[in-house]
Write a protein that binds this ligand. Structure first.
Ligand code: GAL
Length: 673
């Protein structure tokens, strides 16, 4: 069994990407002095260093890295050592220009940035294996080595290449998955528009076509591109496991749905020894702490609930959005501890020292351009002390109340062209349902379809357009055995090949929901409909309506206007011991809250009384005890009811009754008992 936590790290991870190669060696001494001052425990090194480690083909220079690792070790700092395979040197491309990726339009990328990689390229694969082998041979037994950081954020900035090597590789992949060309024709429905293939050799990547291409082909290409990146990850991982047994291997994910859409993290979560994640606040006017919580829950979930590590976030502003606000005082600590509450074993940053040159010089860092006499540095030092006092939470697990079903492959399928409405956005529904659950102070585990959900009283399906019959049957069994299910519109429509399930919509969910849908009738922009419901409680919907025919379900809200007027809008189906709700329009946050409130009653989930909006309360439990995290995202002091008394770990005070959480502050109580 591979190690599942950083070797030799006895505290929470605190540190960042350390790029000493950008600085003269005289600065390194200052770096480690400051790292000690802040209580840094681990740094990520060497992620983009290939050109320095191998300045010419076969010529290696590890001297500087030896000195860096030695210095870090002498100062008690653990190292997350990168394989630099996300940034091959220019000489590599000079010799192998075909390793540069090609877009669907046929444009070959140039050298001069990072991540310019065709993952099918045999020369790239060989070179990546070689540099990984040399690093592993040299550093496997280095006393500073805590874990391996393979590559960087697979899937961004290039998620797929469309070159001829990829075409050949895609055909091999199709042969393995389908066996014959006839099976491919069947799966993709190539009888449509005369797309039939006589031989697999004629199949290409979904390059630019005059109008919409074959959706089955497009969906399979996404799967192929994802699987190809994973092949390359596995190749590096296996070298590292072989040469450095006992050192865990990770690659940094980007689970936030707004930050990477090309990687099936359910599959990746099974491949790494430790799940690690990068998260950046998207400052688009929405509540950034809700998006953060969602990304953290998703990260924990792809690792099956095990502790994970936040490997990158920012101390203050980033530099790659149109407008990059600084973080408010205290926000960095709140962000960091919110990740810890949801299972992270620490908080790491991009990057340690802010660069003076290059593309990211205006991105914040732990040591800003202004040095140690800055607000950011003082907050970094404070955070180091806070994380130090939370070491006991290591190994504990976040407790969830409900499950939300999510699937990257369904997302890919629904985002293909020519759907009933481009406003029906699966990510938007996932965000909206998550936010409604967050506002009810419920902690979410994400789950993939076809998994055992019996541990959850409530399961929510915000957007699962693609669902197998097996996934639908599993949900039916879940409800029959007493579960409560809430399903949003345009779910359960197609199978794994993007073929509509036979019979009436929603083919995979008709039985569990006790209804069929005759037609979709999306609304035009700006249109909305009124829903009349129980106790005069009316709701509004927009974007989507449909003609629902109850077949066992009762109508709870009914369309009052629009083309679907008089028909069911929100239904409830008692089935076996449980209940299945269906929401056939896009409800706003108020409407979602009302419906989820009814579903929570069915699920016998008691409302979390006495918690103000935006005061986040999450629990982690395990062998060392049970820890309640209370994070006050508001500008007003709050009180959080405690079931039992305990020790507050950040202030060292006793806490009982109602825990005071000052405006903007975080409190972590180790509960007695
Ligand atoms: C990450 C990346 C880092 C850095 C950071 C800036 O996606 O892994 O290398 O570029 O973004 O926010």
């Amino acid at each position: 069994m591979p190690e599942t936590s950083p070797k030799g790290l006895a505290r929470l991870a605190f540190g960042g990407d350390y790029n000493p190669e950008q600085w003269p060696e005289t600065v390194w001494q200052d770096d480690v002095r400051l790292m000690r001052e802040a209580g840094v425990t681990m740094v990520s090194v060497g992620i983009f260093s290939w050109a320095l480690l191998e300045p010419a083909p076969g010529v290696h220079d590890f001297g500087w890295l030896d000195r860096v690792l030695g210095l870090l070790h002498d100062n008690g700092i653990r190292v997350d050592l990168g394989t630099p395979t996300v940034a091959p040197p220019v000489w590599f491309y000079r010799d192998h220009p075909d390793a540069l990726p090609v877009t669907a339009e046929g444009v070959r990328h140039e050298f001069g940035s990072r991540g310019a990689i065709c993952h099918s390229n045999a020369h790239y694969r060989a070179a990546a294996a070689d540099i990984t082998t040399r690093l592993a041979e040299r550093y496997a037994d280095h006393p500073a080595l805590a874990m391996w950081h393979v590559h960087n954020e697979y899937g961004v900035p290039v998620s797929a290449c469309y070159c001829d090597s990829c075409a050949a590789h895609f055909r091999r992949w199709l042969a393995t998955v389908y066996g014959t060309v006839d099976a491919v024709n069947e799966a993709w429905g190539t009888a449509f528009w005369g797309q039939r293939y006589a031989r697999l050799e004629d199949v290409n990547p979904p390059r630019v076509t005059p109008t919409v291409g074959n959706p089955g082909q497009a969906l399979d290409y996404k799967r192929f591109a994802d699987a190809t990146m994973r092949e390359n990850f596995r190749a590096e991982r296996d070298i590292l496991h072989r040469l450095a047994p006992g050192v865990p291997v990770t690659t940094n994910f980007m689970t936030a749905l707004s930050q990477c859409d090309s990687v099936d993290y359910w599959a990746w979560g099974r491949e790494v020894d430790i799940v690690t994640n990068d998260h950046y606040l998207i400052t688009d006017g929405r509540r950034t702490h809700v998006n953060l919580a969602m990304a953290a829950d998703l990260t924990r979930s792809v690792g099956a609930g095990a502790p994970w590590i936040l490997l990158e976030h920012s101390t203050s502003g980033v530099n790659w959005q149109p407008r990059n606000p600084a973080k408010a005082p205290g926000q960095m600590a709140r962000n960091s501890l919110a990740h810890v509450a949801r299972g992270s074993e620490g908080a790491m940053f991009f990057q340690w020292r802010q660069s003076r040159r290059g593309a990211e010089k205006f991105h914040s860092a732990m040591v800003p351009h202004g040095g140690a006499d800055t607000r950011v540095w003082r907050e970094v030092v404070e955070l180091g002390a806070s994380l130090d006092s939370l070491a006991a939470v290591r190994g504990t697990r976040t407790e969830a109340d409900v499950a939300v079903l999510w699937d990257w492959q369904s997302w890919w399928a629904q985002n293909l062209a020519w759907r009933p409405s481009e406003d029906a956005d699966p990510r938007e529904r996932a965000d909206a349902f998550y936010e409604a659950l967050y506002d009810r102070h419920l902690t979410v585990d994400f789950a993939r379809p076809e998994t055992d959900l019996s541990a959850y009283p409530l399961v929510v399906v915000p957007a699962l357009y693609l669902m197998t019959q097996k996934a639908g049957a599993d949900l039916k069994a879940y409800v029959e055995r007493g579960g409560t299910l809430v399903v949003s519109y345009f779910s359960g429509i197609v199978d794994e090949h993007d073929a509509v399930h036979e019979g009436a919509y929603p083919g995979a969910l008709r039985d569990v929901l006790g209804l069929t849908v005759e037609e979709f009738s999306p609304l035009l922009q700006g249109e909305s409909v009124r829903l009349t419901g129980p106790d005069g409680r009316d709701l509004d919907g927009d974007v989507w309506t449909e003609f629902v025919v109850p077949r066992g379900a009762e109508t709870v809200w009914r369309y009052a206007d629009g083309l679907a007027a008089g028909r069911p809008a929100v239904t409830r189906h008692r089935l076996g011991e449980g209940v299945a709700w269906y929401v056939s329009t896009r409800l706003g946050q108020d409407g979602l809250d009302v419906v989820l409130g009814r579903a929570a009653e069915d699920a016998r989930i008691a409302p979390r009384a006495g918690l103000p909006r935006d005061v986040e309360v999450v629990r982690r439990s395990g062998e060392t005890g049970s820890y309640l995290f209370a994070i006050n995202h508001t500008a007003v002091d709050a009180k959080v009811p405690l079931e039992t008394s305990g020790d507050e770990l950040l202030t060292g005070e006793r806490a009982a009754g109602r825990l005071a959480v000052p405006a903007g502050a975080v409190r972590v109580v180790r509960l007695d008992g």
